[in-house]
Design a protein around this ligand. Structure first.
Ligand SMILES: [Fe+2]
Ligand SMILES: [Fe+2]
Length: 304
């Protein structure tokens, strides 16, 4: 990914806002889910099945991993999936507020605002679905951690257009990359596969809404740096929050040790780079990756 000179305006062509929203509304009417009814909440977990592909676990391939039993590895996969889902709830709650602010000043009769409201309704159902999945697994909702949680409090109140849609794209795309694999792997737990499938289908619309909004805003060189800094902070905090160190205690590993081993784990780093590859190039094309935030992306472990 070559650095983008600040003076270069990226190509900015976006289809008409109303037509896009009309298409997304029609698609939502055709295929939306009610997770309370569309997930089999009564089924027992399948013995011996992972909750996500083991190669995507933060300790995979390390010495600690080699010393774990199969049961411990599966337990770790359950806690890591729950941790990621709880970060999903944290971000969806932020996103719902940002979308409400986006809708607040616009014409509610427009398709554009009606789709924003539809997306809020989707996210509301998703957060309930994730919460229910975590409760069903019988593990804690680890959350994003103290710093990220409270930065989220500020961010959801002051985010700009580029930060709202750039941040949204980032979190939605990394979850999408992870969940697509989960839904397509029939060796995994049916619960996480069903939840992932619903989320992937509905998020595809959110991602196309955010992607088009992202290229609508023209940014001058100074403003671009400001937006890049915030996007970098979102990438850093959302990515490092995914795996809460407290979860390592569930498999007998001291949280500080688990976190340090995961940080140094080249497999985990490669997983993060793989998950973020597509969205980082979209953000780059929108002029939102540059000198101001590349160091934060590197610190988050999502670019080499
Ligand atoms: Fe969602
Ligand atoms: Fe979404």
């Amino acid at each position: 990914m070559p650095p983008q000179p600040a003076s270069t305006q990226p190509a900015r062509t976006a289809p008409d806002r109303e037509r896009t929203a009309e298409r997304l509304l029609a698609s939502s009417a055709k295929l939306s889910f009610n997770p309370l009814k569309d997930v089999d909440w009564d089924a027992d977990p399948v013995p011996g099945a992972y909750y996500c592909p083991p190669r995507h676990l933060s300790l995979y391939g390390t010495g600690l991993w080699e010393r774990m039993t199969d049961e411990e590895r599966i337990e770790l996969s359950k806690h890591e999936v729950a941790s990621i889902a709880s970060v999903g709830i944290w971000f969806e709650e932020i996103l719902m507020q940002m979308l409400l602010r986006h809708a607040f000043d616009r014409d509610p009769t427009s398709n554009h605002v009606q789709y924003a409201l539809t997306e809020i309704a989707d996210e509301c159902r998703h957060s309930i679905m994730f919460a229910r999945m975590i409760a069903k697994m019988g593990v804690p909702a680890y959350g994003a951690g103290f710093v990220a949680h409270n930065l989220g409090r500020l961010f959801k109140a002051i985010s700009t257009h580029s930060q709202t849609f750039g941040g949204t794209m980032y979190v939605e795309e990394i979850l999408d990359a992870f969940q697509r694999e989960v839904m397509n792997d029939d060796t995994l737990q049916p619960l996480t596969r069903q939840v992932s499938r619903i989320h992937v289908i509905e998020e595809a619309r959110h991602i196309s809404y955010a992607r088009e909004e992202l290229v609508r805003k023209r940014l001058g060189p100074v403003r671009r740096r400001y937006e890049q800094l915030f996007i970098g902070l979102i990438v850093y905090y959302a990515t490092t929050a995914l795996i809460h160190p407290r979860l390592y205690a569930a498999v007998g590993i001291e949280p500080k040790t688990g976190r340090a081993v995961a940080r140094a784990n080249p497999h985990w780093r490669a997983t993060k780079v793989e998950m973020a590859q597509k969205v980082v190039s979209v953000l780059d094309r929108a002029g939102l990756v540059g000198r101001t935030n590349r160091w934060l992306l590197r610190a988050a472990g999502v670019v080499a």
